[in-house]
Write a protein that binds this ligand. Structure first.
Ligand code: FCA
Length: 352
């Protein structure tokens, strides 16, 4: 038993080595010669009225992920001398009216994480009306046929790969704790209406199955709202249906979903030692990792939200300024964080 666990752990290490990836963010700066009479001073940085105006619209402005994305966007705007207009758009009506006000303010484009991916065609039409360029970040627009709107440049997570990494990490931790798989089940909180969420949770389930976790004990719990209470309610409903499980693996599309599900396990009396939760984002679990005693939230797959904001804003700026059309589909990777290394990783990325 122990020998086969060790063999599994070492093969997992190999899989992990292939999946792990880091991300960096560099901003450049340039030096100018001192101005003279024959070399007049360079033009002053554009004043507020002549600066290029770019919008950055996000569906959940209160979530740390999106605040960090905005921070990265601000850094890009500052680097290029553009003015960033940040607007929270929690629903479709607010998204469409925000685009109209960007146009009225003379903005030339915007990056958006839409509150509803099916709004894509309406957002594209509204942007065209105002002569605005649009890039989608995190959540990709879908058309009336449910297929991605590939004509709009998209910048998001390598969702399936990141999901698989979360699954591998949970499984490795289960082996490390020596749990009997026969007494263990997985609770995967799903949000299938969002492609990036479905790809992540499919990746989690695929990695668990691929590692040898029994497929008939991977349970999915659809969340109605994409937030912590949504994850908690979904997991609560599932836990009630599956009494008799001793240990739980807990996963979902992001940190909030998993935090909610971990809260549900606590509510049903599972001690932290019997729960292995692994989130995605790495930005929304800082308070959890800072708690004095470990909880069932074991780790997360960290992705650089500031980089998402910086790079999309940079792409938009260059599109407007130089006509450089952004690549149609850019994906970013993730890295594992736990209570042990989260502070160093987030510090290196400028988040902490
Ligand atoms: C979606 C999720 C966010 C974050 C982002 C990359 O928008 O809702 O939490 O994971 O993708």
């Amino acid at each position: 038993m122990l020998a086969s666990m060790n063999a599994r752990l070492s093969s997992l290490r190999l899989v992990l080595a292939g999946l792990l990836a880091g991300a960096g963010l560099l901003a450049g700066c340039s030096k100018q010669a001192a101005p003279t009479a024959s070399n007049p001073p360079a033009a002053q940085p554009p004043s507020a009225s002549t600066k290029m105006k770019l919008g950055f619209l996000v569906k959940q402005p209160e979530a740390p992920w999106f605040q960090q994305e905005w921070k990265g966007a601000e850094a890009a705007a500052a680097k290029y001398g553009a003015e960033l207009i940040k607007i929270g758009v929690p629903d479709g009506k607010q998204a469409l009216s925000a685009i109209a006000s960007l146009a009225a303010a003379g903005a030339q484009g915007f990056v958006i994480c839409t509150p509803d991916v099916r709004l894509g065609p309406a957002i594209v039409a509204q942007a065209a009306k105002g002569g605005l360029k649009v890039i989608t970040v995190d959540d990709r627009f879908v058309g009336a046929d449910g297929k991605p709107l590939v004509e709009v440049p998209y910048f998001g997570l390598a969702a399936a790969k990141i999901g698989r990494l979360a699954g591998v990490i949970m499984y490795a931790e289960m082996l490390r704790r020596g749990w009997d798989p026969a007494e263990t089940a997985a609770c995967v909180v799903t949000f299938d209406e969002l492609d990036t969420a479905r790809e992540r949770t499919d990746g989690i389930a695929a990695a668990l199955k691929g590692a040898g976790f029994p497929a008939d004990r991977i349970f999915t719990a659809p969340q109605k709202t994409a937030d912590l209470p949504g994850g908690r309610d979904a997991a609560n409903a599932l836990l009630v249906q599956h009494a008799g499980i001793k240990h739980w693996l807990v996963a979902g599309m992001n940190d909030s979903a998993v935090l909610g599900a971990v809260r549900a396990t606590e509510g049903r009396g599972f001690p932290a030692a019997d729960v292995i939760g692994v989130g995605i984002n790495g930005t929304d679990c800082v308070d959890e990792f800072r708690q004095a005693a470990p909880t069932g939230f074991h780790g997360s797959i960290f992705v650089s939200a500031p980089q998402h904001g910086f790079r999309t804003t940079e792409m938009l700026y260059r599109w407007v300024k130089e006509g450089v059309v952004p690549p149609p589909d850019t994906r970013t990777e993730g890295q594992v964080i736990t209570r042990e290394n989260f502070a160093a990783v987030l510090k290196a990325d400028g988040i902490l």
